[in-house]
Design a protein around this ligand. Structure first.
Ligand SMILES: Cc1cc2nc3c(=O)[nH]c(=O)nc-3n(C[C@H](O)[C@H](O)[C@H](O)COP(=O)(O)OP(=O)(O)OC[C@H]3O[C@@H](n4cnc5c(N)ncnc54)[C@H](O)[C@@H]3O)c2cc1C
Length: 404
């Protein structure tokens, strides 16, 4: 029984639809896609036909413009079946939302209808060899020419970079962080697949090399200098929200697989589900799924209400959901014993995918430091200890007196 609170009838119906799509069209193939390190083109056509790729595109441009909870549920059900497909929704949504929010009318008209139907796939290209968590360390440069810009630099670990038609890419223009829309096929853009990645193996990662890469003047997205603080920040917020919900699905998948296996497998004359130490793992997964889902719902409600606290709520949700997903996946492998290490069961994939969730859209450590710092906001500083002696210098011995 998955605990859910306060879904409207429409949201509940949408969740059922996403669940059924994921069960029929994603879950049966997820292990094979993981092994082949790619999501096939036929599947992109299939998911495009559902309209799910238009989740972050306004209706005026042909998108489905899902509300925050609706988008979360789509990510949960997709993430329950396959984290690589969920990551497609994440980066495609980040690019779509950025163009919708920061693009000119011409950029929106040019890209959003294609992103809504899946005729174009978007990706997010921020990370560089020397700039990971510290995104301000980016060194890719953009220089103005008569009719546009020339970009030079490198981007690493770009999800669906092998497949994308448009990259939301960040570079320094006159030293200031700036966002650009770089099309696949731009002269001087070289795309190399990343092989042998630990998890989300089917997410078609690529490295991008920009050597004298020429883009037109219309490639500039938003104002120069707004690249990180506005464009990337809002895109990463959406990405974090999407990953958090995807992790809820991943925890649920770990629980589903473990419940089934523990029900069937017998050791010492009884089913695994009746061994108390196995029950501990099942209980932690069930509690983790429910708690992560509630944190995601809270972030979603605040996001939908346009409440600034949604940023902090999303950090909490992503931190809790991703760390719980990894613990749940490790426990799911444990429940399956040696079978958990083989290809017969998906739990080894869940564990590899869950580790990635602790790195992307802000590593666990970056979330810990951010959340800890925010916890001090509104926290009353501890009052200095006051003793009768401390309040009166006269009462102190000479060497104890407080002096300026
Ligand atoms: C599968 C996958 C998909 C990805 N997809 C994309 C994508 O689509 N687009 C994109 O731009 N990037 C993408 N990335 C890159 C991802 O965003 C980065 O991996 C992430 O930002 C962390 O950067 P890093 O790997 O360079 O680690 P680093 O920043 O080098 O960190 C290494 C370790 O040091 C810790 N650390 C760093 N700074 C601090 C600090 N101040 N305090 C405490 N600990 C710290 C980190 O938490 C981590 O444990 C992807 C990565 C993976 C693995």
């Amino acid at each position: 029984m998955a605990t859910r609170v306060q879904l409207t009838p429409e949201q509940a119906a949408a969740r059922e639809e996403y669940e059924s799509f994921a069960r029929d069209h994603i879950a049966p193939h997820a292990d094979a896609w993981d092994r082949s390190a790619a999501v096939p083109e036929e599947f992109i056509t299939t998911i495009a036909a559902t309209g799910y790729l238009g989740a972050c595109v306004p209706a005026a441009y042909g998108g489905s413009a899902l509300d925050a909870i609706g988008f979360g549920l789509l990510n949960e059900e997709t993430g329950r079946a396959c984290s690589s497909v969920r990551s497609l929704l994440t980066v495609h949504g980040m690019a779509s939302q950025a163009i919708g929010r920061w693009g000119t009318a011409a950029q929106r008209e040019s890209w959003l209808p294609r992103l809504a139907t899946g005729a174009a796939i978007g990706a997010f290209a921020l990370t560089e060899p020397g700039a990971g968590s510290d995104v301000k360390g980016l060194v890719t440069t953009a220089r103005r020419t008569e009719d546009g810009f020339v970009l030079d630099g490198a981007k690493r670990w770009i999800t669906f970079g092998q497949r994308a038609d448009i990259y939301l890419l960040f570079a320094r223009l006159d030293g200031r962080e700036t966002a650009f829309l770089v099309e696949r096929g731009a002269p001087g853009l070289h795309v190399t697949p990343v092989r042998g990645i630990l998890g989300t193996r089917a997410s078609m990662l690529a490295e991008l090399e920009l050597r004298d890469c020429r883009v037109p003047a219309e490639a500039l997205l938003g104002k120069p200098g707004f690249g990180l603080t506005a464009v990337a920040a809002t895109a990463l917020e959406l990405g974090r929200y999407s990953v958090a919900w995807g992790c809820v699905g991943l925890i649920q998948a770990c629980l589903d697989a473990s419940l089934s296996y523990a029900d069937r497998r017998e050791q010492f004359g009884k089913r695994l589900r009746d061994h108390q130490l196995v029950q501990r793992m099942l209980a932690d997964m069930a509690t983790g799924a429910a708690a992560a889902r509630l944190l995601c719902q809270q972030a979603g409600w605040l996001r939908e209400a346009g409440d600034a606290q949604s940023v902090h709520a999303t950090w909490l949700a992503k931190y809790f959901a991703s760390t719980t997903a990894f613990r749940s996946a490790a426990d799911a492998v444990q429940v399956h014993g040696a079978h958990g290490c083989g290809e017969e069961y998906p739990v080894q994939r869940y564990m590899r995918d869950a580790k990635v969730m602790e790195l992307i859209e802000g590593t666990t450590e970056l979330q810990q430091t951010t959340i800890a710092q925010s916890a001090y906001v509104g926290h009353a500083p501890a009052r200095p200890a006051t003793t009768p002696a401390a309040t009166s210098n006269a009462a102190l011995a000479d060497d104890e007196k407080v002096t300026a």
